[in-house]
Design a protein around this ligand. Structure first.
Ligand SMILES: *Cc1c(COP(=O)(O)O)cnc(C)c1O
Length: 346
């Protein structure tokens, strides 16, 4: 049986969280003299709600989960960092990641003095379940799975993810930053089944709000309670809370999502016909990974025309690969023209 308390850092177990003025009083008042704020109303003179109750209610409705299963962060990058601080002892513990994947896991591990055990994904960018389990030892506190994976773009097979959830003895983080673009659905409805599951989502991709920095963690109330205990009290500022609340509009979201998916198809078709494309990876996200004849050469060719893509060719397993985000229809047209010109000049 999974017992979360075995994975919480000793100092975190003992920690008395900082209690802010907004934590100690949350009812209705008319004269607020408890937080040393400037009393002149200007829209931002008050500290924000430390638990973002209104926004969580809205996000909970959209995601189909109760607010007490949610933690919000200054981007999901902040939640990744909180997870390290909650569950990993510096200079002692390690975490398992499946590479090539999102770079932030390794950076956050480094900042927190946690060792990384990297297990290479197979040629279809799927995890080798046995290799992952074998890489883990008694100090492996967390496993990061990114699905759809960045930068390969594919969903991880659900049966493999579930097997790892059952057999990995630690916290399993499933980073679903791109899940909105994927067929099938989120693992969000599985948080009741797996007490070791943490799902990460974000407003930075499909929701179009990378600039406001709003990340979402979904997990058991027990995990959420621990993360709330260590988070900076006002980690999501008022402008972000307001803007996210206003801009979480399903209709706009769905329209933009459909357009991006359509453009992904268009771009895939064009890419498939280019002679320098050696392999086109199918995408469940809003970007496409492509293996080309000469990644660096293509990167500079497009850059000179003002088109910036991501050269990922230095990463193990991604030799000669570039990652291309899906832009608007007109951006896509500009890109495709340039790609075809590059092809005919070869
Ligand atoms: C973009 C991305 C994120 C988003 O991070 P934010 O801090 O929420 O902007 C998280 N995980 C992956 C895999 C990503 O590609």
């Amino acid at each position: 049986m999974f017992n979360l308390q075995n994975f919480v850092r000793e100092n975190v177990k003992k920690l008395m969280p900082y209690s802010s003025a907004r934590d100690e009083f949350s009812g209705v008042g008319s004269v607020f003299l408890d937080a040393n704020e400037n009393p002149n109303e200007n829209g931002v003179n008050r500290y924000p709600d430390p638990l973002q109750k209104d926004l969580k209610k809205k996000i909970g409705e959209i995601k189909g989960v109760n607010s007490d299963h949610l933690i919000l962060g200054n981007g999901s990058d902040e939640i990744i960092d909180l997870l390290f601080r909650a569950f990993c002892e510096p200079n002692e513990d390690n975490v398992v990641i499946c590479t090539p994947t999102y770079g932030m896991y390794e950076v956050a591990a480094g900042v927190n003095a946690i060792q990384i055990k990297a297990v290479q994904l197979d040629e279809n960018f799927q995890p080798d379940v046995n290799a992952v389990l074998q890489a883990a030892n008694a100090n492996s506190k967390m496993l990061f799975l990114c699905s759809p994976n960045n930068p390969s773009g594919n969903l991880l097979e659900e049966s493999k993810v579930e097997q790892l959830l059952k057999e990995f003895n630690g916290i399993v983080i499933v980073d679903e930053a791109y899940v909105d673009f994927a067929p099938g659905k989120s693992l969000a409805d599985k948080i009741a089944d797996y007490p070791n599951l943490v799902i990460l989502q974000t407003l930075s991709k499909a929701w179009g709000m990378a600039g406001i920095r709003l990340g979402i963690g979904l997990a058991s109330t027990e995990i959420i309670e621990i993360l709330n205990r260590i988070k900076p009290p006002y980690n999501v500022n008022s402008l972000t809370q307001q803007k996210a609340f206003e801009m979480m509009n399903r209709e706009i979201f769905t329209n933009q999502l459909n357009e991006i998916l359509l453009e992904r198809e268009e771009l895939s078709k064009i890419l498939a016909d280019l002679s320098f494309v050696e392999k086109l990876y199918s995408s469940d996200a809003n970007f496409i990974l492509v293996k080309v004849k000469d990644a660096k050469d293509l990167y500079y060719y497009l850059m000179k025309r003002g088109i910036i893509i991501r050269d990922r060719s230095k990463i193990k397993g991604l030799e000669q690969c570039v990652r291309i985000s899906i832009g608007t229809k007109s951006e896509n047209e500009v890109l495709c023209k340039a790609l075809q010109a590059y092809d005919s000049n070869l």
